[in-house]
Ligand binder design. Structure first.
Ligand code: DOR
Ligand code: ZN
Length: 415
């Protein structure tokens, strides 16, 4: 049993709790550390199989723990894609081996990729997956649903099998037209013009219409524009089974960041305007947003250093979500209660997960600057490097094991 004594509750009282564990251990939080539920990150790309030079589950799990995350939902755009039963089972075996090697019992669920030629596989794996992932626009990997009939079928199957259909909502036709229009332009800021807001809005509208048509549960991933937020808000009012996620990338970065970070902040959907950021925060307050997912999408610095057009899209983030949000709390942008809803409670409810007792002890007063060298992700960089943030995790408790995140180096040790 783990005893955590003298911790501060979110309401400010000093409390003691016990957590089931094979070990007998006590943490004295000395009235200084605040206890919150460990985070669920509903959107990571841990790159196994096929791209483990960018990340694997050994480094990914360490990064998750360092960020107070004890459950991740991993995306299927692997090589080979996770879009049939055989690949799904092989992927699980690799993950379990890697987690066993580093002795981190990270909790995970896997998304299953929808592909027009593999839709018949969904019925075979429905009890082993967290949901169906549909790429309406092309991104990293080869998963792309550019066939309208197959897209309809995916929603139909989602409804039939009671599986959430998670969509990367960007319209491929618009993206391809814009690619031709802006061909040869190397300024990374062109990315937001190629994958313009119309592409995202059109796809989100279509996904919401399909959810209505088939009474399916649709989950719009990484919403980036004000117009999509408005569409989702209306859909919810009209009792469409619509959920949505925002990623820290779109909350904490905008188009102006290309000037400093270039292709490192190239991400799909791309960075938008400050007005869009305001709309996302507003939607966090009015509860249109259901969850925050990092969309942890690591690529190496060498890959990101290629010129625009060759460089891959994606930003790492599993270990920076919580400090960014705690810092936003100090800036009065969000309450701790809302952080907990968006990073744990709503996700458990929407995905009907079994309750868990994982927690994080955070030091709300600790101030640290993010530095690449502190990061656990294999890719070893972050566009948040240089940001001085107030509020950091200190202990992550996962399945009855305590991980102590060392306060200065951000490395951690098992107690
Ligand atoms: O920017 C992105 N990177 N968006 C995606 O949809 C995929 C991700 C990746 O896997 O690199
Ligand atoms: Zn993603």
């Amino acid at each position: 049993m783990i005893t955590i004594k003298n911790f501060r509750s979110v309401q400010g009282t000093i409390e003691t709790i016990t957590i089931p564990s094979a070990k007998q251990q006590t943490i004295d939080a000395q009235g200084k550390l605040t206890l919150i539920p460990a985070l669920i990150d509903p959107h990571v790309h841990f790159r196994v199989p096929g791209a483990d030079h960018k990340e694997d589950w050994k480094t990914g799990a360490r990064a998750a723990i360092a960020g107070g995350v004890t459950t991740v939902f991993d995306m299927p755009n692997n090589t080979p894609p996770c879009f049939n039963k055989e690949n799904l089972l092989a992927k699980k075996r690799l993950i379990d081996q890697q987690l066993a090697e580093v002795k981190i019992p990270l909790r995970y669920h896997l998304y299953f990729g929808a592909d027009k030629n593999n839709l018949n596989e969904i019925g075979k794996v429905k009890n082993e997956i967290i949901g169906i992932k549909v790429f309406m626009g092309s991104s990293t990997g080869n998963l792309l649903m550019d066939d309208d009939a197959a897209l309809e079928r995916a929603f139909q199957l989602g409804a039939q099998e009671n599986l959430i259909v998670a969509v990367h909502a960007e319209d491929e036709v618009i993206i391809q037209k814009n690619k031709q229009k802006f061909a040869g332009q190397l300024d990374p800021a062109i990315h937001s013009k190629i994958r313009d807001r119309k592409a995202a809005i059109k796809a989100t509208k279509k996904a919401l219409e399909l959810a209505e048509k088939y009474s399916a549960q649709v989950f719009i991933l990484h919403v980036s524009t004000k117009e999509e937020i408005d569409l989702i808000r209306d859909a919810k009012r009209n009792a469409i089974l619509a959920y949505c996620e925002v990623s820290p990338n779109h909350l904490f970065l905008n188009e102006k960041d290309y000037a400093k970070w270039g292709n490192r902040v190239q991400v799909n959907p791309p960075l938008r305007t400050e007005k869009d950021q305001e709309a996302l925060w507003e939607a966090i307050h009015d509860r249109t947003v259901d969850m925050i997912g990092s969309d942890h999408a690591p690529h190496t610095i060498a890959e990101k250093n290629k010129h625009y057009g060759e460089s891959p899209s994606g930003i790492p983030g599993v270990e920076t979500t919580l400090p960014l949000l705690l810092n936003a709390y100090h800036e009065k942008k969000i309450t701790i209660e809302r952080i907990i809803e968006l990073t744990r409670e709503n996700i458990e409810t929407i995905f009907r997960l079994d309750p868990i007792s994982d927690v994080v002890l955070v030091d709300l007063e600790s101030v640290k600057t993010i530095e690449d060298k502190f990061l656990q992700t294999k890719c070893g960089w972050s566009p948040y490097a240089g940001r001085k943030l107030k509020g950091w995790p200190v202990y992550t408790i996962l399945q009855g094991e305590i991980f102590n995140i060392e306060p200065h180096t951000h490395a951690y040790a098992t107690l």
